[in-house]
Design a protein around this ligand. Sequence first.
Ligand SMILES: [Zn+2]
Length: 278
Amino acid sequence: MPELPEVETVRRALELRIRGKRIVSTEVRHPHLRRTLDTNAISCVQGRSFEAFRRRGKYLILDLSGDVSLVVHLGMSGRLLLCSSAEVFDKHDHVRITMHGGCELRFRDPRRFGSIAVWSTSEVMDRPPLAGLGIEPLAREFTPSRLEELVSGLRRPIKLLLMDQSRLAGIGNIYANEILFEARLYPFVPAGLLQPREIRKLHAAIVQTLRRAVERGGTTIRDYSDPLGQPGWFRLELAVYQRAGEPCPRCGALIRLVRTSGRSTYFCPSCQAPPNGG
Ligand SMILES: [Zn+2]
């Protein structure tokens, strides 16, 4: 599932390639995703130009001229691909947006958990679910003391806090696992029990891991690619995610996998030992 680094990679690629381009036509081929696409709303982007490209958590916001924005969530397997109009359709290409000059932006999503909505640009950040998102972990305001406020008093495991979009926006299962390995923290420790020194380490691990992943173009596990079809190379740097039974890159102990409520948690039992051996 695309997380902050993948969505940011898509945002940057689109900004570089299609800023200023004018949309000449749209076609919704399959509106029936998990949430039905509004074909009429999508058609109202015709004649408008791409002006700005923003990201909030795992949401991508394509601002068009005239106070209209496309708000895209890639879901589990969604991709935004740039190609020529002549390119043959994939059966999972649900939406095509054709620009002046024959370049197309296509929304491809085999598992159909993604969504595209058309909102007024000025309201995007004030509408749910975007309005309810927590702090951006790569924003300047995200400091160790902000993280300390976020964990304070929480009995939930630290890994769940990292993935709670209403507190921190953009981190999912892949990066939560990698961040906790980087910070050498036991994933199931109650968040509120972290010591100030551990909170500082965790803060640094969040920022460094996400920055490095953005530099590598994100992580490709199954479907993800950038708009030009390139995979994310951070996959090669994953230390624990989907590496159960392999040696820890730091100490050689075998990576463990624990499944809780449908989520897979990977960690090194030696580098990330539970506090007090519990
Ligand atoms: Zn280890």
